[in-house]
Design a protein around this ligand. Structure first.
Ligand SMILES: Nc1ncnc2c1ncn2[C@@H]1O[C@H](COP(=O)(O)OP(=O)(O)OP(=O)(O)O)[C@@H](O)[C@H]1O
Length: 254
């Protein structure tokens, strides 16, 4: 894997104005390098700014201080290089599954035949091709999230930002989708940055785990996960790393 970062977060701080006129500091001096094709998970207590990092790094939100570089250039607005998958299935309810996946390419001017053919290919990758004519309300949560992933991939991004993508799913579906995501990642060579509340999910998925501390969000630690894949939850090393992370995230730690 190349060591030249694809994403470089430099001195990133973010404050929001509150209704009472005060400033709420969400992020304080975040510095982070993401290697191409790596799988990074960000964990931390609720409200520590995990989503805000993804929103700024994808150009949806502005930094108060510092910057995010994508392949050396500052990110200033959302672009096709970075695909987004959020917890709430952001599908268009009025479009079929196929047209949802083809929506980005349609916006980019790709002709109907090509975008439908490509969309079907991405639906195949997430095992959803047979539901191509269904509408979002006809799908389970896990199925909708598979479509959301296919839709993000259809824009052919280099990077996928995923914000609690499996947070709303039952435990069994969640584990299934984690395995599918890993296969996709191995197949497509995307760089993935995934925010999760789940220590177990981070240990199962990540090459690197970024541990954040409570607001204002700071990076407390970055761990390299030195376990081969596929990882088994019953392994001693899996349990030990999970324990370590839980301890690191414990509010009574300090
Ligand atoms: N647009 C906004 N306006 C005002 N405050 C905001 C805004 N977006 C986020 N915040 C605040 O910034 C802090 C960080 O929010 P963020 O959603 O990034 O945290 P998080 O770590 O992703 O939380 P969670 O794990 O609960 O999803 C929170 O205190 C939140 O209330």
């Amino acid at each position: 894997m190349s060591d030249t970062p694809i994403i470089n977060i430099q001195g990133l701080s973010k404050s929001f104005a509150t209704k009472s006129g005060d400033q709420l500091q969400a992020l304080d001096d975040i510095n982070l390098s993401i290697r191409p094709r790596s799988f990074t998970c960000i964990v931390g207590p609720s409200g520590c700014g995990k989503s805000t990092i993804l929103r700024i790094a994808s150009g949806l939100e502005k930094a108060s201080l510092g910057q995010v570089l994508y392949k050396g250039d500052p990110v200033v607005k959302p672009g096709a290089d970075i695909g987004l998958v959020f917890q709430e299935y952001s599908l268009f309810p009025w479009l079929s599954v196929l047209d949802n996946v083809a929506a980005g390419p349609e916006f980019a001017g790709v002709d109907k035949q090509t975008r439908h053919r490509d969309a079907l290919g991405f639906l195949n990758m997430v095992n959803m091709a047979e539901f191509k004519d269904a509408f979002p309300h006809e799908l389970s949560g896990g199925m909708r999230q598979r479509v959301a992933i296919a839709r993000a991939l259809a824009n052919e991004p280099d990077v996928l930002f995923m914000d609690e993508p499996f947070g709303a799913l039952d435990a069994h579906t969640r584990i299934l989708l984690q395995q599918e995501l890993l296969s996709l990642w191995e197949m497509t060579h995307k760089t993935v940055v995934l925010v999760t509340h789940s220590v177990d999910e981070a240990v199962f998925l990540a090459d690197e785990i970024v541990i954040m501390s409570a607001r204002p969000g700071r990076i407390q630690d970055v761990l390299t996960v030195d376990m081969s894949r596929p990882r088994t939850r019953a392994d001693k090393a899996f349990g030990e790393l999970s324990e370590f992370l839980l301890h690191s995230l414990s509010p009574d730690r300090v």
